[in-house]
Write a protein that binds this ligand. Structure first.
Ligand code: ADP
Ligand code: MG
Length: 268
């Protein structure tokens, strides 16, 4: 028995991480429930495209995974650890704020509006997750930050301020920042919706590379062809529920639900 457990000792480098489990999640704003019992499991390394009309609860769901929103009931775990509030029997567990922050560090999030600090350079923006918490020396942080900027094709613009960068470049800085702490899971909320059409491709290309590297990604997007090429699974939401999910071929090519078909007619 000892032998068996030693033999199956998880190897941190090869052991896939970033399994997200969402169970029966309900979320209300005031009296209005906007998530009506969401169940979704994302496997380590899986790329999930989350689609659905405006107001269907996509952003809210992403934000609950990162505990930017609390939930009213249900539970969300990442690699078996609770993130945020968790229901156990009739007790609602609330994690200490400090623990929430620690767990949030393992999740990278990229927003539609980039959310860069205007008074910081690209490199300072990328390193802020580390420098603001003094998690390593400044020179280590800058070395890693530069490497990440190079990975998104912006090594030569490290000293620029956000206003000196195009939207696509700003979003790539935001992606590099989300990678700074080497997160197990990355969440993208319409990462290309604020971009001029000619800048969409460069950002999708960076996300595509992340997908190929085996990171767990959940991407809210209206880019149907991107979802078709990159996602392992497409999840379609409507009015606070997951109404259909499956491989891109099935959900995008031969959807079962009229709501999905109507959405696709609009965005294809
Ligand atoms: P999506 O991202 O799919 O467009 P959202 O998650 O943003 O949908 O919104 C889902 C529903 O929750 C919508 O009806 C929206 O108006 C409502 N909502 C979102 N954020 C808030 C908030 N902070 N306060 C109150 N209602 C909100
Ligand atoms: Mg949204």
């Amino acid at each position: 028995r000892t032998q068996t457990s030693a033999g199956t000792q998880p190897n941190l480098r090869t052991n896939p991480r970033g399994r997200v489990e969402i169970r029966e999640v309900h979320k209300s704003y005031g009296d209005v429930e906007v998530l009506h019992g969401i169940d979704l499991t994302v496997e380590p390394g899986e790329v999930v495209a989350l689609l659905g009309p405006s107001g269907s609860g996509k952003s809210t769901l992403l934000r609950t995974i990162n505990h930017l929103e609390t939930i009213n009931s249900g539970e969300i775990t990442i690699d078996g650890e609770f993130i945020g509030y968790a229901e156990r029997g009739d007790a609602l567990l609330e994690l200490p704020e400090r623990e929430i922050l620690n767990r949030r560090l393992r999740i990278g999030m990229v927003f539609q509006q980039f959310n860069l600090f205007p008074h910081l350079t690209a490199l300072e923006n990328v390193t802020i997750p580390v420098t603001s918490r003094k998690l390593s020396s400044k020179s280590d942080a800058w070395a890693r930050g530069l490497e990440l900027l190079e990975r998104v094709g912006l090594g030569h613009l490290a000293d620029r301020y956000p206003r000196q960068l195009s939207g696509g470049q700003q979003q790539r800085v935001a992606i590099a920042r989300a990678l700074m702490l080497d997160p197990d899971v990355m969440l993208f909320d319409e990462p290309t919706s604020a971009l001029d059409p000619e800048l969409v491709g460069e950002v999708l290309q960076v996300i595509r590379k992340l997908a190929e590297q085996g990171r767990t990604l959940v991407v809210v997007t209206h880019e149907i062809s991107f979802a078709r090429e990159v996602a392992d699974r497409v999840v379609f939401m409507s009015e606070g529920r997951i109404v259909e999910q499956g491989t891109p071929d099935v959900v995008l090519g031969n959807p079962r639900e009229e709501r999905t078909r109507e959405f696709l007619r609009r965005y294809l």
